[in-house]
Design a protein around this ligand. Structure first.
Ligand SMILES: Nc1ncnc2c1ncn2[C@@H]1O[C@H](COP(=O)(O)OP(=O)(O)OP(=O)(O)O)[C@@H](O)[C@H]1O
Length: 328
């Protein structure tokens, strides 16, 4: 479990994060979402101790993160941050083995178990074939998968990921987040820009806006047009597809218009709009209004009316994903 309690942080005296409080329950996947510059990466860096807060605390299970040292920290927390690739002759296999280095004694080499752990992690991310390649020669997406393999090889029980789907093609985005979601013994906080991926693979979401928590709760509670439109400043419509909530976005400063084209026609004629009052009820659920900070001074206000939501009909759509309901 990761507990973030009343975190405040300033860059050069400018308040960047203020009064950030939320909890990632054991084994859950929590998505950190929000517009550019809202403070997502800074918050992640505070959680993994690359930055120190001006106030507040981060606690991993029952221990403040600033009291975790060496192997204990490595056993608790693995991180995939945004980082430049070193231009060195290090291979992919060696890069992933670095995830095992906290467990290697001062004058020991990697053990067979370490090499198996690294190979298994590479296999998990579909990158086993890259093992002998130089890391610096990989494409952006290949590098991203290898960095995730390195974090998996570390076998920590908490995982922090900063935009892990960057550079990945659509299939690997889904495969990777599905893999992360499947790590049921690992508590994960993941920064995501793609809200539809967040909808499908996160148990709960924390929406940042101007350095404050604009909303926190389940996917159904946070991903509503009412909440998202003022934060992102564009019209939002909510639908569902393939068993998960999915969002459609209109251009900024344009009123929301009915969907057009074949898909829209299908959506509007074959399935009725979902009852918005449902959504309102869910929003009133376990996220008290007081948990949501008032809109920050930087919040934009969409001039678009809030659109209703529709279930997109597909003959081959599976029944609603049971994981959606099972908040871990
Ligand atoms: N090293 C730094 N020094 C000063 N200001 C910084 C520094 N790093 C980030 N900031 C500022 O802090 C704010 C939050 O940045 P942060 O990178 O955390 O946002 P983000 O939500 O991750 O953004 P993005 O979605 O664009 O990656 C921004 O205004 C940014 O300009």
């Amino acid at each position: 479990m990761i507990t973030v309690d009343q975190i405040r942080f300033t860059y050069d005296g400018r308040i960047t994060l203020d009064d950030i409080t939320f909890r990632a329950e054991p084994g859950s996947t929590v998505g950190l979402i929000g517009p550019n510059g809202s403070g997502k990466s800074t918050l992640l860096r505070l959680i993994y101790r690359a930055l120190r807060p001006a106030a507040g605390s981060v606690v991993i299970d029952h221990k403040p993160v600033d009291q975790l040292r060496g192997r204990e920290l490595a056993g608790r927390l693995a991180v995939v941050a945004q980082e430049a690739a070193p231009d060195t002759p290090v291979t992919v296999a060696e890069t992933v083995l670095l995830g095992r280095s906290p467990w290697v004694g001062a004058f020991q080499g990697y053990s067979r178990a370490d090499r198996i752990a690294a190979a298994t992690a590479l296999e998990h991310v579909g990158a086993r074939a890259l093992a002998e390649r130089r890391f610096a020669t990989l494409s952006g997406g290949e590098r991203q998968r290898v960095l995730i393999a390195r974090a998996l090889a570390q076998r920590a029980d908490h995982l922090l990921l900063d935009e892990p789907t960057n550079h990945l093609d659509i299939r690997y985005q889904h495969e990777l987040l599905s893999l992360v979601r499947g790590l049921t013994a690992t508590t994960t906080i993941v920064v995501l820009h793609e809200l539809n991926l967040a909808a499908r693979y996160c148990d709960r979401l924390v929406l940042l806006d101007g350095g404050r928590v604009a909303a926190a709760g389940t996917v159904a509670e946070v991903l509503t047009p009412d909440i998202l439109e003022p934060v992102y400043g564009i019209p939002v419509r909510r639908t569902s597809a393939f068993g998960a909530i999915q969002l459609l976005f209109g251009p900024a400063d344009e009123p929301a218009v009915p969907m057009s084209g074949d898909t829209a026609a299908t959506a509007q004629t074959t399935l009725p709009a979902l009852d918005r009052s449902n959504d309102d009820q869910q929003r009133r659920g376990d996220v008290p209004r007081s948990d949501r900070a008032p809109a920050s001074p930087t919040s934009r206000t969409a001039n678009a009316p809030t659109a209703g939501e529709h279930e997109i009909a597909r003959a081959d759509s599976p029944s609603p994903d049971p994981r959606e309901a099972a908040t871990r």
